[in-house]
Design a protein around this ligand. Structure first.
Ligand SMILES: [Fe+2]
Ligand SMILES: [Fe+2]
Length: 265
C-alpha cells in the first residue's frame, strides 16, 4: 500500500514538524538574554523545521514512496538533533547552569519525549512495521495520557496565581489524567490478558470523555489568553499548541475506536 505509506508519513510530518518548530520558539523564549549560543541554536532548529513543514505541505499523496522514504530519513535525522538539544538543555537546567532561565525541567523533558515519539513514528513507517492494534491502543494511550497530564500541570503553573478558579480547574485535570495514566499502566502490565475488545473499548471511551473535556478547557483558555481576558505568562501560541496536541490525541482515539468496533464518534 504505497499510497497509505505516503499519506501516513505526510500526515505525521505535517503535524509534528510544526510542533518541533514551535518547541524551538518556546525554548528560545525561556533562555536568558546572555544565552546567545543557545538562542542561535534554537533559531536554527526553528528554520530547519519550518523548511521541513513547508516541504511536507508541498508533497502530494501521489509522490513516489522512495522520495518519501528518503524525506522520512532526513526528518528523522533532524528530530534526533533537536532531541539531543533538548536533553542538553535539561542537563544544563538540572545542574543549575542556567539560573533564572524560564523553562520548567518537566516542560523540556516533555518536549524531548514528543521528539522521541515523532522519531520512533518515522522509523516505524520506514521499516513498515506498525504495532498490532491492541498494542498500539495501550502504547499510544500511555504516551498521550502522560502528555495531557503534563499540559494540565504546565497550565496550572503558568497561570497567574490570582486566577484561583482556573488554577483549580487545571489542577483537577492534572489529577484526572494522572489517574487515567495509572489505569493505562495497569492495563499495560496485564497484557496480553487485558487486551480484550470490551476492556479496550471501555478504556478508549473513558479516556475520550476526559480528553474532550481537557480539549475544551484548553480551547477556552486559548481564546481567553488571545483576548487578553486572563492573567498568565502563557504564550498564546503555547495555548494553541497544547490545544492542537489534545485534538491530535482525540483523532487517534477515534481512529482506534473505529478499527476496534467499527463505531464512529
Ligand atoms: Fe509539544
Ligand atoms: Fe505537549
Amino acid at each position: 500500500m504505497p499510497d497509505a505509506f505516503v499519506a501516513r508519513s505526510l500526515e505525521e510530518i505535517r503535524f509534528w514538524s510544526r510542533i518541533m518548530k514551535e518547541h524551538s520558539l518556546f525554548l528560545k523564549l525561556g533562555f536568558r538574554c546572555e544565552d546567545t549560543t543557545l538562542i542561535n541554536e534554537a533559531n536554527q532548529f526553528y528554520s530547519i523545521f519550518e523548511n521541513i513543514e513547508s516541504r511536507a505541505n508541498q508533497f502530494t499523496v501521489g509522490t513516489d514512496p522512495n522520495v518519501i522514504r528518503r524525506f522520512n530519513e532526513e526528518v528523522h535525522n533532524a528530530v534526533s538533533h533537536i532531541w539531543l538539544f533538548k536533553r542538553k538543555i535539561l542537563q544544563l537546567i538540572l545542574t543549575c547552569q542556567l539560573p533564572g532561565a524560564n523553562n520548567f525541567p518537566l516542560l523540556v523533558d516533555h518536549t524531548s519525549r514528543e521528539a522521541n515519539y515523532f522519531r520512533n513514528r518515522l522509523a516505524e513507517l520506514n521499516a513498515g512495521r506498525l504495532d498490532p492494534l491492541p498494542d498500539a491502543i495501550i502504547n499510544e494511550n500511555v504516551f498521550f495520557l502522560r502528555i495531557m497530564a503534563d499540559h494540565a500541570k504546565f497550565i496550572s503553573h503558568l497561570l497567574d496565581p490570582s486566577e484561583r478558579k482556573l488554577v483549580d480547574q487545571a489542577n483537577e485535570f492534572s489529577h484526572d489524567f494522572d489517574q487515567l495514566l495509572y489505569q493505562a499502566v495497569d492495563l499495560d502490565s496485564m497484557r496480553p490478558q487485558s487486551q480484550t475488545v470490551p476492556l479496550l473499548d471501555q478504556f478508549l471511551d473513558q479516556n475520550r470523555v476526559s480528553v474532550v473535556a481537557l480539549r475544551d478547557f484548553k480551547k477556552t483558555a486559548r481564546d481567553l489568553i488571545e483576548a487578553c481576558r486572563i492573567k498568565s505568562i502563557i504564550h498564546p501560541l503555547l495555548a494553541d499548541h497544547v490545544y492542537r496536541e489534545a485534538e491530535h490525541f482525540l483523532e487517534i482515539i477515534n481512529m482506534f475506536e473505529l478499527s476496534l468496533t467499527g463505531k464512529k464518534n
